[in-house]
Design a binder for this molecule. Structure first.
Ligand SMILES: Nc1nc2c(c(=O)[nH]1)N[C@H]1C(S)=C(S)[C@@H](COP(=O)(O)OP(=O)(O)OC[C@H]3O[C@@H](n4cnc5c(=O)[nH]c(N)nc54)[C@H](O)[C@@H]3O)O[C@H]1N2
Ligand SMILES: Nc1nc2c(c(=O)[nH]1)N[C@H]1C(S)=C(S)[C@@H](COP(=O)(O)OP(=O)(O)OC[C@H]3O[C@@H](n4cnc5c(=O)[nH]c(N)nc54)[C@H](O)[C@@H]3O)O[C@H]1N2
Ligand code: SF4
Ligand SMILES: [Mo]
Length: 767
């Protein structure tokens, strides 16, 4: 696609181009009209099978992502005076790889960490970043997932045999759904979420239960709202499970057939004081009993959990209890229950006990990921094995990770910091080199959130806008870094020729044969396969599609494992031919296209324990459960409020939009306070307040709000970005909440932050 073509086409007759929303994990199919480098109109794509025209209020504003004053348009290098000056790509790659080689030679691969590799809309580039980690010889992959879901993955590893066993909720097909610490009305996370919530509301035979301290937008329309005290879910969930055991409502047949450890587990619940636990959690014990009975006796029941339990006290224990709910009632791997799900392109792996641990804190990986909460300590240390070089791609930890101050201090200690992003972020402002990427509408992109069931879809998006600066797609950046490091050659003439031949002659197998022969001759290149695919097969793909090359390998692996499920979507053949047919389907379709169709009973094949049984009893967690009995919650008189730092609202979207112009409401990201608390301080809505924790302080505008409990405050996620206004002044857009959070305030097993439970003081700001 040439620049001229795109612009002309749109000026003469506006064309709707299929693409997708990049703001949450649903990635609704969109159609956009573009004109002169701008996105002028956005609508839901009715032909996208995963979203069928659904769209929420946030997607219409995507031009604010594409065009804003902080977009990066050229590579930049930090100067001795701290300013950034342009540098050519060649010089930047040469200087960066020279530094990398030196650091590796002196300190080994363990001196490198990589952070990010994909956000809500862009995972394709991350597929190539593994090759860079391999070339640097580091296992240290830090991601946002490891500050929310690794406790959950750890539990999956124990229950199902591998941390990569991914569990999906059956909310769309269920009769009884518990939404636990999630606010899907605002945050989505389920296909056509608001339509689904409406369907629950309208249908008297379906029950929606919400467990949340706040009367959230989802809770408002629920059949039952259990208004748990912040951080007390472990008490409530264990009381609910205790009701199930004590009233013998568990599914014994399921437990005997599919699980180990039933009796060991039951022992921890059979004498549990239900009334006391429910009351500690702030919930009427009768209501807890009603939910336990309703869940256990429903035709099908499911739990949809998210940050409300993962970012709160007892995070990993909560994830265990949540899973026990659907396991002990037999609502697993059946329609309308929670079930295992095959990953198309794997987002996560499985960490083994003898995998390399971090040098300073001795932290182990979970699902092959390391938690952002420990990274400042791994850098800011005198330990000889400390992290000295950091590569950040598609993430903004200077704003999004816990403990901004600790991050800022750590960044200053780095010998090399490289940021790959589309925008000048708070993190980029610390880097030695900033490498500008094409935006997600200027390149081939996709996500691996392919969680449709029974049929899942993959969307290989086309570029719909011309490149707007001296930017590159991430796969090309990784290829150049690998060449600069001497890991791979600049060209692979034989493979390139074989790829061209195969593309011309559909039945030719020259490329896979040549690839196998090359890897046999150069086994050290095996770890770089995605980048080699990009550099060879990629060049033979239709114009503009080079970065799709890694998906060829993904399709081959998936078709080899799940042939019959792939064939169910209408493709034929097996082995290589089936993988190729799947790849060609994605190449040819500008919209989401089917990957596979599963029968729910086939999800049992995804269980990875040796004896194909679920290991119900996890001693580390039942011991923790038993400790709840004696756990005393100490209230901190100096910090008497509990702040949920990071709420999803109508107008926040991680750090993907930067300026405030796109927000229709809540432009400043207000602090919700119960009216009685505000009155006690002699304040009213609209007044400026300061929230202070042991780590730091932020200012915000207070808003009296009956939806929060007295003593509880909430601030939104996705604010605090720096931006320039029309006069060119540098401003901050709302509260930077991680000034308040403490890296050490986190889960003992997964090191995931307790963002929903930050003790703070509240005071008026004199203006
Ligand atoms: N609008 C919007 N949508 C988004 C995003 C965004 O930035 N904006 N971000 C996306 C991302 S990255 C994610 S991970 C998801 C997250 O999606 P969610 O987890 O659904 O979003 P949150 O609002 O952070 O938290 C969910 C609920 O937890 C409740 N909660 C707080 N403390 C507790 C507690 O102690 N116990 C219980 N049970 N509940 C508690 C809050 O009141 C809130 O209603 O959203 C995605 N969608
Ligand atoms: N206190 C508190 N902190 C939180 C949370 C909370 O609730 N409370 N929520 C947490 C959660 S759940 C998450 S998921 C994280 C999210 O935080 P991060 O992992 O930091 O990710 P995003 O905010 O999605 O930022 C994405 C970055 O990718 C860049 N980007 C966009 N498109 C591209 C592209 O095509 N290529 C490249 N290279 N870059 C691109 C954007 O400019 C942006 O800088 O925040 C976490 N932080
Ligand atoms: S933010 Fe999520 S739900 Fe809303 S349009 Fe985008 S992908 Fe769909
Ligand atoms: Mo997230």
């Amino acid at each position: 696609m040439s620049d001229a073509e795109t612009v002309e086409e749109c000026v003469d007759q506006p064309v709707w181009k299929p693409t997708a929303c990049i703001l949450c994990s649903i990635n609704c199919g969109l159609e956009m009209q573009v004109d002169k480098g701008r996105i002028v109109k956005v609508r839901g794509d009715k032909l996208a099978p995963n979203s069928e025209g659904y769209i929420c209020q946030k997607a219409a504003k995507l031009d604010h992502y594409q065009n804003h004053s902080a977009r990066l348009r050229q590579p930049l290098k930090r100067q001795p005076n701290g300013e950034y000056a342009p540098i050519s790509w060649d010089a930047a790659i040469a200087e960066i790889t020279t530094r990398m080689r030196d650091i590796k030679a002196q300190h080994g691969g363990g001196a490198f960490a990589y952070y990010g590799g994909g956000g809500q809309g862009n995972h394709l580039g991350g597929s190539y970043s593994g090759a860079l980690r391999a070339a640097l010889d580091t296992p240290y992959l830090y991601t946002a997932l490891a500050q929310e879901k690794t406790g959950d993955f750890w539990v999956n590893g124990k229950l199902f045999g591998r941390e990569s066993c991914f569990v999906l909720e059956g909310m769309e097909h269920s009769d009884y759904c518990i939404v636990l610490g999630a606010n899907p009305y605002m945050a989505h996370g389920v296909r056509k979420t608001r339509d689904l919530l409406k369907a629950y509301k309208k249908d008297p035979s379906r029950t929606l239960v919400v467990i949340d301290p706040r009367v959230s937008e989802t809770a408002k329309d629920a059949d039952i709202h259990l208004r748990v005290r912040p951080g007390m879910d472990a008490y409530l969930l264990s009381a609910i499970i205790a009701v199930i055991f004590q009233e013998e409502l568990e599914n014994k047949e399921f437990l005997n057939q599919h699980t180990n450890g039933y009796d060991d587990l039951r022992r921890h619940f059979i004498d549990l004081p239900i009334e006391q636990y429910a009351t500690t959690a702030g919930v009427d014990p009768e209501l807890a009993r009603q939910v336990a009975r309703g869940f256990a006796t429903a035709k099908s029941a499911t739990v949809r959990a998210d940050l409300g339990i993962q970012h709160s006290l007892h995070s990993t224990l909560n994830s265990y209890l949540e899973k026990l709910l659907f396991l002990v009632t037999g609502n697993f791997n059946r329609s309308g229950g929670n079930h295992l799900m095959a990953q198309f392109a794997p987002l996560i792996g499985h960490s083994k006990a003898d995998d390399q641990k971090t040098a300073v804190t001795g932290m182990y990986g979970i699902a092959k990921l390391f938690p952002p909460n420990i990274l400042p300590q791994e850098i800011d240390s005198d330990h000889p094995g400390r992290i000295r070089a950091l590569i950040v791609d598609s993430a903004n930890p200077a704003l999004s990770a816990a403990d901004t101050e600790a991050y800022r201090n750590a960044f200053k200690k780095l010998e090399l910091m490289v940021v790959i992003d589309v925008a000048m972020t708070e993190t980029a402002l610390h880097a030695h080199y900033i490498l500008p990427a094409d935006s997600q509408f200027e390149k081939v992109e996709s996500t691996y959130f392919t969680f449709g069931f029974p049929t899942s879809y993959y969307h290989l998006r086309r570029p719909i806008l011309p490149r707007s600066g001296d930017t590159l797609p991430e796969p090309e950046i990784y290829r150049r870094l690998l060449v600069g490091l001497g890991a791979i050659p600049d060209h692979f003439p034989l493979l390139e020729k074989a790829a061209r031949l195969d593309r011309r002659l559909p039945f030719s197998r020259a490329f896979p044969l040549a690839l196998a022969a090359t890897l046999k001759r150069h086994p050290q290149w095996r770890k770089y396969v995605p980048v080699i695919l990009y550099a060879t097969l990629g060049k033979a793909l239709p114009e503009g599609m080079q970065s799709a090359a890694a998906i060829w390998g993904v399709c081959q692996m998936y078709a080899a494992k799940f042939g019959s499920q792939v064939r169910r979507t209408g493709l034929q053949g097996k082995g290589y031919a089936l993988g190729l047919a799947l790849f060609n389907r994605f190449l040819e379709s500008p919209r989401p296209a089917p990957i596979s169709t599963f029968k729910v009973e086939e999800t049992w094949d995804l269980l990875k324990t040796r004896d194909r049984k679920i290991n119900l009893h996890i001693p580390e967690l039942t011991e923790w459960l038993d400790r709840l009995k004696t756990e005393a919650l100490s209230e901190d008189r100096d910090y008497p409020f509990i702040l949920a730092a990071g709420e999803r609202r109508a107008y926040n979207a991680n750090q993907i939009y930067r300026g405030p112009e796109w927000r229709k409401t809540d432009k400043e990201g207000v602090l919700r306070v119960h009216p009685s608390d505000l009155a006690k301080l002699g304040l009213v809505s609209g007044d400026k307040v300061r929230c202070r924790s042991r780590r730091g302080a932020v200012e915000a505008i207070a808003s009296a709000d009956e939806s929060v409990l007295p003593g509880v405050l909430t601030l939104p996620h996705g604010f605090g970005m720096l931006y320039q206004d029309e006069q060119g002044r540098q401003l901050r857009n709302g509260p930077a909440i991680n000034m308040l959070t403490d890296a050490a305030h986190c889960d003992p097993i997964a090191k995931t932050p307790y963002h929903k439970y930050v003790p703070v003081a509240l005071e008026a700001v004199d203006v």
